[in-house]
Write a protein that binds this ligand. Structure first.
Ligand code: SDX
Length: 454
């Protein structure tokens, strides 16, 4: 059956430079004129990046809504956590650039920074690492939740189910109005996600569960829980652990992306933190979002050889064809995703350490990138490799199957979700998120009894 023609959709083309980010010093309000009336709307200025037009009174004053499916021009909140400039390829967490954090910091320190807003001193870092480490084990009964799944379940399905079930075990950290319980829930989520992810992987293999070890670092522990077996000694390779830690840093947070917005929206109803993170995991799973890393590797494998790249690119450009270049394009980055640059460097490092001189998938990825970036279709649409384009090649080299790539993304992004959730919950102006709509359905009509229907 022919694939349905892809309907043309109102896609957001980047505004011309002149139309973007007006000079903030000059504009403090905008005037809307409609039906012979005018409405002055205040402009709120960012510490960095675009200002916003405050439309909160628009409906009350005009009886009209704004319309912005996909939120291409909408700020859903104000936040101090992460700043992205898509044109300049900038990503900063609490003001620190992702390049500096990826090469000079580590995931625990970056997690503290995302949660607390400042880099920790030695004492603060030691306490944070200790407190997280002390939460890495799971309530033993949770292991039974895993056993309810088929062995061949996708590990992301297991993650959604098990994380959602955590609120059934940790009642003492579900009161979102208690700062102590919020902190305990936050630490539990960050600490337990690697354990849950590793257990999902072991369960899929039919291998025994491996418990965390308190003397290992966060990344070492994750590799140990995934790859050690009771039958022999397992030594974590420190360089691979460093690469794993860097992958966690690169995925930690990313402003108001789909899964983070899902966590915020779920949290706005005052749902418990575990349920909110489970909602974020579900949203991340989609191939347009966090599922792209698994899809990108499967794409490279299906392309198979450098010779097959061109026909595949032609299909990705064909409006009648559903295929896309997975790991390419981004709602915000209209330049190179800075994380992809770090990821590509790390790719070469890891393959070098593993003695993999020639990785055919990396060859295909680099050739595909070269061809795509010289093709008008991708240039005109400002489509560049994103964080998901290279991550799968590294994670496969580390020993993970593609089905675990989005799980790894979820492990890392948990600290971002938790930091954003805390920021939303403690916002004095917090309200339940409840968007409206442009109704296009039937007007009022009378009920017709079935006997009278044709
Ligand atoms: C992540 O938001 C975040 O911050 C997400 C993330 C994070 O850290 O949280 O960065 C993680 O999700 C990265 C993105 C991973 N997804 C993929 O790699 C999947 C492939 N990419 C696309 O699906 C797409 O680029 C999106 C979803 C990422 C962005 O979509 P947009 O911003 O809604 O753009 P669009 O779909 O409207 O595309 C604009 C045009 C369209 O063509 P026209 O209709 O204008 O002719 O570009 C085309 C699209 O068809 N296009 C692609 C393409 N991506 C966009 N064509 C071929 N291959 C692609 N990958």
């Amino acid at each position: 059956m022919r694939k349905p023609k892809r309907t043309a959709k109102a896609t957001a083309t980047p505004a011309p430079k002149s139309a973007k980010a007006p000079d903030k010093k000059k504009i403090n309000s905008v005037t809307l004129s409609y039906g012979g009336k005018t409405l002055e709307l205040p402009v709120m200025h960012a510490s960095e990046g675009p200002s916003v037009i405050d439309v909160r009174k628009l409906y009350a004053e005009t009886g009209m809504f704004t319309y912005d499916p996909g939120f291409t021009s909408t700020a859903s909140c104000d936040s101090k956590i992460t700043y992205i400039d898509g044109d300049a390829g900038i990503l900063r967490h609490r003001g620190y650039s992702i390049d500096e954090l990826a090469f000079k910091s580590d995931f625990m320190e970056t997690s503290y920074l995302l949660l607390e807003g400042e880099l920790p001193n030695k004492k603060q870092k030691a306490k944070f690492v200790h407190d997280i480490t002390m939460h890495t084990m799971l309530h033993e009964q949770i292991l039974n939740v895993f056993r309810g799944f088929r062995r061949d379940s996708h590990p992301m399905a297991v993650m959604c189910g098990v994380v959602g079930a955590l609120s059934a075990f940790y009642h003492d950290s579900t009161d979102i109005n208690d700062p102590h319980q919020r902190m305990v829930a936050s630490y539990r989520m960050i600490a337990k996600m690697p354990t849950i992810a590793a257990l999902a992987y072991k369960y899929s293999l039919g291998q025994p569960f491996v418990y965390p070890r308190n003397e290992l670092t966060y990344a070492e522990n994750f590799l140990h829980m995934c790859f050690s077996v009771p039958a022999e000694e397992y030594k974590v390779n420190p360089i691979l652990a460093r690469a794993m830690d860097r992958i966690f840093i690169l995925h930690a947070d990313h402003e108001q992306n789909a899964s983070t917005s899902t966590v915020r929206l779920a949290g706005s109803s005052e749902a418990n933190p575990f349920a909110c993170i489970a909602a974020g995991i579900a949203s991340l799973w989609g191939p347009s979002h966090g599922g792209a890393n698994e899809a990108a590797l499967n794409m490279l494998q299906s392309i198979g050889t450098v010779e097959n790249i061109k026909p595949f690119i032609d299909r990705a450009k064909d409006k009648n064809d559903h295929s896309k270049l997975m790991g390419f394009g981004h709602r915000v980055y209209k330049n190179y995703d800075p994380r992809a640059t770090v990821m590509r460097k790390t790719c070469h490092e890891v393959l070098g350490v593993l003695g993999i001189k020639h990785d055919p998938l990396l060859q295909i990825a680099m050739e595909l990138e070269k061809i795509a970036l010289s093709d008008r279709y991708f240039i005109d649409r400002q489509l560049y490799p994103n964080v998901d384009f290279y991550s799968g090649i590294i994670e496969r080299a580390l020993g993970f199957p593609p089905s675990m790539f989005t799980v790894i993304f979820a492990v890392a992004r948990t600290v971002g979700w938790v930091a954003q959730w805390n920021e939303m919950i403690t916002d004095p102006g917090k309200k339940i998120g409840r968007p409206r709509q442009l109704y296009q359905g039937a007007n009022e009509r009378k009920y017709v009894p079935i006997a009278a229907r044709k």
